[in-house]
Ligand binder design. Structure first.
Ligand code: SAH
Length: 355
C-alpha cells in the first residue's frame, strides 16, 4: 500500500481520473490532509462513502511516531520512529520571523564528512517522501504552532535522495499542500554536482545552501570525500552557472575548525574563491562532538575571519546557534555526547540566519 503523503496533487488527480472520478477530488483530499490536517480518510466528510472506502483500501496515512522530544529555549529536537523501526531526528527552531523545522532525508549518510557526527552511521536507506512530509506534520501537531520555514539540513544528503526530495518540495510548496513559500524552503548539499545542475532546472525558487567548509582543494579533500569526485573548481563553476540560470543567491556554509580552515589566509582565499558570485557565507562555529580531531575556533578567530570577508566585500553572517545543549545543533543529530557549551548568540555580529 502506498502512503498518501507520497503523492503530489498531480499524482492524486491522475489516480482519481484513472478511477473514473473527477480531478478536483484530489484537491479535496489535499485540503483535508494539509489544511485540516486529518489523519484518517473517514474524517473527510465531504467525500462519498465509496470514495473513502477506496482510499482506505489503497492508501495508508500517518506512519511516523514521535518517540522522544527534548526541549530547550527556542528549540526542540524530535526523535521519530519509522515503520521499520529505524530512527531519524528533526529539529524545531523558533525564530523571530517564524518557526523553522530542520528535517532529515536519510537514515544515516554516505558522504563521510570527517567532522560530522550525523554521518557516522552509514546510509541505511533513503527516506520516502511521506517520511519527510510527516516530520513537518507531526512537529506542527506536537508544538501547536504553524511551521513557516523548512531547512533540509538534518541527517542525510538530500541530493542523494533526489526524487523523493523534489516530490517533498512539490507537496510542501503547493498552494493546496502545506503552502510553504519556496523562499522559505532551503536545501543544503555537500556538493553533488550533477544534482545541482538538475536542481537548477526546476521551476521552484527554493534556496540552495552548499556545505563548503574549505577555501581550497587541499583542505576540502581532507575533510569532505565528495571533493574527490567534484573538486572545488568544478563545484564553483557549476554554482556560477546555477546562479546565472536561476538568478538566485547561493548560501555557502563554512564551519570554522580550529587550526584547519580558520586562518587569516584561508579567509582571504575564500573571499577570492567566491569573488563576483551572488552569494553569502554563513560562518558556523563548530559544534564539538565526540570527535577529538576537531575543535571549535576561538571567538576572536571567528570574528577576525568574518572581518576579512567583510573587508573583501563578501556578504557573511555568523550563524546563530540553536540547540547545542540538547545535541540538536548542526552535525550533532544522533550523537551521544551529553554536555555542550552554553548556547552562544552571535546575533549582534550579523543578522541571524534567515531563509
Ligand atoms: N548533507 C547535507 C545536509 C546536511 S546539512 C550537507 O552536507 O549540506 C548539515 C550541516 O551541518 C552541513 O553544513 C554540515 O557540514 C554541518 N555540520 C556537520 N557537523 C557539524 C558540526 N559538528 N558543527 C557545525 N556544523 C556541522
Amino acid at each position: 500500500m502506498q502512503n498518501v503523503y507520497n503523492l503530489t496533487l498531480k499524482d492524486l488527480e491522475d489516480y482519481f481520473v484513472s478511477k473514473g472520478d473527477k480531478k478536483f477530488r484530489a484537491t479535496q483530499v489535499f485540503e483535508w490532509l494539509y489544511r485540516k490536517k486529518v489523519t484518517s480518510f473517514s474524517e473527510m466528510t465531504n467525500l462519498k462513502k465509496e470514495v473513502i472506502a477506496d482510499l482506505e483500501e489503497n492508501f495508508t496515512v500517518s506512519t511516523l511516531k514521535i518517540v522522544k522530544v527534548e526541549k530547550d529555549v527556542d528549540v526542540a529536537k524530535y526523535l521519530f520512529s519509522l515503520n521499520d523501526s529505524e530512527k531519524v531526528e528533526a529539529v524545531l527552531m523558533n525564530h523571530d520571523y517564524g518557526n523553522s523545522v530542520c528535517i532529515s532525508t536519510q537514515v544515516g549518510c554516505n558522504m563521510g564528512c570527517k567532522f560530522c557526527e550525523s554521518g557516522r552511521l552509514k546510509k541505511v536507506r533513503n527516506l520516502e517522501t511521506h517520511e519527510m512530509v510527516e516530520q513537518l506534520l507531526e512537529i506542527e501537531k506536537e508544538c501547536g504552532k504553524r511551521i513557516s520555514h523548512v531547512v533540509v539540513m538534518g541527517i542525510g544528503e538530500p541530493f542523494d535522495n533526489y526524487e523523493n526530495l523534489v516530490r517533498f518540495i512539490e507537496i510542501v510548496n503547493h498552494d493546496h499542500g502545506l503552502a510553504l513559500g519556496s523562499r522559505h524552503i532551503t536545501v543544503s548539499t555537500c556538493g553533488v554536482v550533477p544534482k545541482i545542475i538538475e536542481f537548477s532546472k526546476l521551476p521552484y525558487q527554493v534556496n540552495l545552501a552548499i556545505s563548503l567548509h574549505a577555501p581550497n582543494n587541499e583542505i576540502r579533500d581532507q575533510i569532505m570525500p565528495i571533493n574527490k569526485a567534484y573538486p572545488l573548481e568544478v563545484l564553483i563553476d557549476t554554482l556560477k552557472k546555477y546562479i546565472e540560470k536561476t538568478n538566485r543567491r547561493v548560501t555557502f556554509e563554512y564551519i570554522l575548525l580550529s587550526g584547519i580552515n580558520d586562518r587569516k589566509e584561508h579567509a582571504q582565499c575564500l573571499a577570492e574563491l567566491v569573488r563576483g558570485m551572488n552569494c553569502y557565507i554563513n560562518l558556523i562555529p563548530y559544534n564539538e562532538t565526540n570527535n577529538i580531531d576537531f575543535k571549535r575556533s576561538k571567538k576572536e578567530t571567528i570574528l577576525e575571519f568574518y572581518d576579512i570577508l567583510k573587508k573583501n566585500k563578501v556578504n557573511a553572517t555568523i550563524r546563530r546557534e540553536f540547540g547545542s545543549k540538547i545535541s540538536a545543533a548542526c552535525g550533532q543529530l544522533r550523537s551521544k555526547k551529553e554536555e555542550y557549551d552554553e548556547i552562544i548568540l552571535y546575533d549582534r555580529y550579523g543578522k541571524s540566519e534567515r531563509s
